[in-house]
Every structure is written in structure tokens, then in C-alpha cells.
Design a binder for this molecule. Structure first.
Ligand SMILES: C[S@@+](CC[C@H](N)C(=O)[O-])C[C@H]1O[C@@H](n2cnc3c(N)ncnc32)[C@H](O)[C@@H]1O
Length: 242
């Protein structure tokens, strides 16, 4: 039987995750802060129900809860190893294992939500799926709810920061996690969960997202943060007119 993962180990892996993600997402802390401020401004209060799509090890969920301690936060991801890090660190957060590569994820996601986020996540999908995904995300929001999407946008060179190279921070983080005996069963499960998933790497400029989201029924977006080839876009589902 492998040794259990201790809370101290989990904290260390999640800290490592954040420094790795900061490498890929310049201005990550400011970007998230700008998104959360936009959500407060639109709702006029803290959102009550929040969904983090592709929320990984729950480091964004932790930031959300620090700012909005009363929020009900759900982290949805396909990766059982990352979800285990979330639920060990944040036992009060609901975790959902689902693949947003097909429309079936909607049935597991729950809702309606005041706020949904997808940070550094949509680029995993091929272009056609991203189009459908916007329409699906809209259905998960209550009328007037907000979707925050942050990802690479091709307005600056990003090639040196891509995942998957030999010894880049992403590869290094996963290689180090694989040396953690307590993670062995979860990483085996992860390998099975990832079979057949799209590697995507689709990136599009802000106007592309604007147009696709408009067709999916969102209002025109604002862009609360945009820096060095990364943008955070805020899309609102129209409020009911009744
Ligand atoms: C680069 S990570 C970003 C994680 C988190 N949003 C953050 O910013 O720290 C991308 C996340 O999307 C998840 N993911 C990728 N493809 C997915 C899919 N088809 N369904 C659900 N989650 C997926 C990965 O497991 C991973 O947690």
C-alpha cells in the first residue's frame, strides 16, 4: 500500500503548481484579481455559486474562497490526480470529474451558476468544440451570470511558453509528482482518464472569442486584463427581461 499523501505534501504540490502556471500565464495574479473584481461589479455582490471548469488542483478555487468565503465552489476537471489535490486541500469544495470535450459534461456540472471560469483550459479543445463549449457554458449560468475565460491570445509570441517541451516547468512538475509514491495509484488512474482526450492547442484572438460567444447568446465581452499574449475576457449571459 503506498503511503498517504499528507496535507503538507499537498500544500507543496499546489504551491509548485502555481509557480509553474505563473510561467505560462504572465500576470496571473493580477489577471484573476481583475476577473473577480469584474464579477463583483456586475453582480453588485459576491457570487454565491461558482464553477471552475478545468480547475485542476484547486488553486484558483482557493483564491475565490479567500475573497468570497461564503461562496459554493465546484471544481470540474477530467484529471483524478489534480482533483485529489483539490479535495484534500479544500474539503468543502465540490469536485466533479468530467470531460468537457463532449457535451456530456453538462449533465455532471450542475448549476445554475452565478459565475463560471475557464482559466488556461479552453486551448485543450479543438476549434469546433470551443464553439459548442461557449453555448454549453451559457446554459450552466443563471440569467445575468458571468463567464470568465482566460487563455493565450495570439497577439505576442507564446511559443517559448508552451507546454510539453523537454524539461519545461509543466513536464518537470508532472515528473516530480510521479516520484511521489503516494501519487502512484492516482497517476495510473489519470493515465487512463486522459486516453483519447484532445490535446487541442487551439488559440484564437479576442475578436474570435467575442464573435463565437455572441453567437452562443452572450452579450459583448469586456476584457478586464490583457498582457503579453494572454487575455481574460468576461462574457455575460443576458438577464431575463420578464
Ligand atoms: C493548464 S491546466 C489549468 C488549470 C487551472 N485552470 C489553472 O489555471 O491552474 C488545464 C486544466 O484543464 C483540464 N482539462 C484538460 N482537458 C480537459 C477535458 N477535456 N475535460 C476536463 N478537464 C480538462 C486539465 O486536467 C487541467 O487541470
Amino acid at each position: 500500500m503506498p503511503p498517504a499523501l499528507t496535507p503538507k505534501d499537498v500544500a507543496r504540490w499546489r504551491r509548485g503548481w502555481e509557480s509553474m502556471m505563473r510561467h505560462y500565464q504572465p500576470g496571473r495574479d493580477d489577471l484573476l484579481a481583475a476577473g473577480l473584481a469584474a464579477a463583483e461589479e456586475i453582480h453588485g455582490r459576491a457570487p454565491e455559486r461558482v464553477l471552475d471548469v478545468g480547475g485542476g488542483p484547486g488553486t484558483t478555487a482557493e483564491v475565490l474562497l479567500r475573497r468570497w468565503p461564503g461562496a459554493h465552489v465546484t471544481v470540474l476537471d477530467v484529471d483524478p490526480a489534480l482533483l485529489a489535490l483539490t479535495s484534500t486541500a479544500l474539503p468543502h469544495v465540490r469536485t466533479v470529474r468530467a470531460d468537457f470535450g463532449t457535451a456530456r459534461w453538462l449533465a455532471s456540472a450542475g448549476g445554475p451558476y452565478d459565475l463560471a471560469l475557464a482559466l488556461m483550459t479552453l486551448h485543450y479543445l479543438p476549434e469546433d468544440r470551443v464553439r459548442d463549449w461557449y453555448a454549453e457554458a451559457r446554459r450552466l449560468l443563471r440569467p445575468g451570470g458571468l463567464l470568465l475565460v482566460a487563455d493565450a491570445v495570439p497577439d505576442a509570441p507564446v511559443s517559448s511558453r508552451r507546454q510539453g517541451g523537454a524539461a519545461d516547468p509543466w513536464t518537470e512538475w508532472w515528473a516530480a509528482l510521479a516520484r511521489e509514491p503516494a501519487m502512484t495509484p492516482l497517476l495510473r488512474e489519470r493515465a487512463q482518464a486522459l486516453v483519447g482526450l484532445s490535446g487541442g492547442e487551439f488559440v484564437a484572438p479576442v475578436p474570435w472569442h467575442r464573435e463565437v460567444a455572441r453567437r452562443a447568446g452572450f452579450l459583448d465581452p469586456t476584457v478586464p486584463h490583457h498582457r503579453a499574449g494572454h487575455a481574460l475576457m468576461a462574457f455575460r449571459r443576458p438577464p431575463d427581461r420578464r
